[in-house]
Design a protein around this ligand. Structure first.
Ligand code: ADP
Ligand code: MG
Length: 328
């Protein structure tokens, strides 16, 4: 919940005044729920690009995303009118009622990601629909400062500069470049594993670190990301398809491979990258007598499950999932 009232205490505790915060301030607070580090911005923007039906998504980050995050896609783009609308609160093309929350298959549903992100950054949006007019909008801390018609190819290009420039309290908590780069890269790898048909590129401080043209299967994708030697250690997995049972596919490393960290353990539930303690524990148990102590496998496991058996709305950024029947 967004607490949009502040209590101003005057004259000791005798008089309390309630004041409504201006919309920009509300957005700054809301931004804290969607975004607490650059990787969350990348996530929201890439999800939007996927929802827009893109076949190519290119991300640039500078200084761990603190200086610049740029996401360009070749998706459906927006009309000038929609472009102006999408940066407003609760502007979404994805749902019209609360009842649709449970069934929604696209990513975002809040319709507030762009409003929140633009409130805490210097934001540039360029977009064009197939036969429409290209438009560029510039916002500073949520205020529109420039608007112009531009020639542009179909798609959308969003630049987020100086994240949290107007919220020093949050800016202070951003980690050093390497840490933010690591979070963004892991998230980006997850998108690459999840969407084999999309051509993904990642540039870190001007250097291309990920180049993933469409891949035919998960093992080829892993080879694009981590090399052929790594991909050779992977074994595809698939459970039998049975009515009402979760269906599991993906790939896991064999007993000859190990890592010193858990960074390459990826789980997806109904195509959403999630973190779930029970799942990773179950996996590690399976490797218990196979790998040396404190060594970890790598894996990419996709679980398809009836949406009614899970709750994806327990986390504001939907990074976790609760299973109603965790033992099955
Ligand atoms: P949500 O994704 O929850 O709808 P957002 O604030 O992320 O909310 O986006 C608002 C709206 O802006 C989306 O519903 C969509 O219509 C439009 N939009 C955002 N990003 C893109 C994009 N890359 N391509 C096309 N449309 C977009
Ligand atoms: Mg969104």
């Amino acid at each position: 919940m967004i607490f949009f009232v502040t209590l101003i205490q005057k004259l000791g505790k005798k008089v309390q005044r309630i004041k409504l915060l201006p919309p920009n301030e509300i957005n700054k607070i809301a931004a804290g729920e969607v975004v607490d580090r650059p990787a969350n911005v990348v996530k929201e923007l890439v999800e939007n690009a996927i929802d827009a039906g893109s076949t190519k998504i290119t991300v640039h980050i500078v200084d761990g995303g603190k200086e610049l995050i740029r996401v360009a896609d070749d998706g459906c783009g927006m009309s000038p009118q929609d472009a102006k609308f999408c940066i407003k609160n609760h502007a979404t093309s994805k749902i019209t009622s609360v009842e649709q929350l449970q069934e929604i298959s696209t990513f975002g549903f809040r319709g507030e990601a762009l409003a929140s992100i633009s409130a805490v950054s210097k934001f540039t949006l360029e977009t064009k629909e197939k036969d429409g007019q290209g438009i560029q909008l510039k916002l500073d801390g949520g205020t529109l400062v420039a608007e112009s018609e531009i020639p542009f190819d179909q798609g959308t290009d969003i630049k987020i500069a100086d994240l949290f420039f107007n919220v020093p309290a949050r800016q202070k908590f951003l980690k050093k470049r390497e840490t933010e780069n690591r979070h963004i890269t892991q998230l980006f790898h997850a998108f690459c594993l999840d969407y084999l048909d999309i051509h993904f590129k990642l540039f870190v401080d001007g250097r291309q670190t990920v180049q993933c043209p469409p891949a035919k299967d998960i093992i080829s994708r892993a080879a694009q990301l981590w090399g052929h030697n790594f991909a050779q250690q992977l074994t595809p997995i698939e459970t039998e398809k049975k009515d009402g049972r979760p269906h599991i596919t993906g790939a896991i490393t064999n007993h000859e491979y190990f890592r010193y960290d858990r960074n390459n353990i990826f789980f997806f539930v109904n195509k959403r990258w999630i973190k779930n303690y029970q799942l990773s524990n179950a996996l590690l148990k399976g490797y218990m007598n196979v790998l040396p102590p404190a060594k970890y496998p790598a894996c990419c496991v996709f679980i398809e499950i009836n949406p009614e058996e899970i709750d994806i709305n327990i986390h504001p950024r939907k990074e976790e999932v609760k299973f109603l029947h965790p033992r099955t």
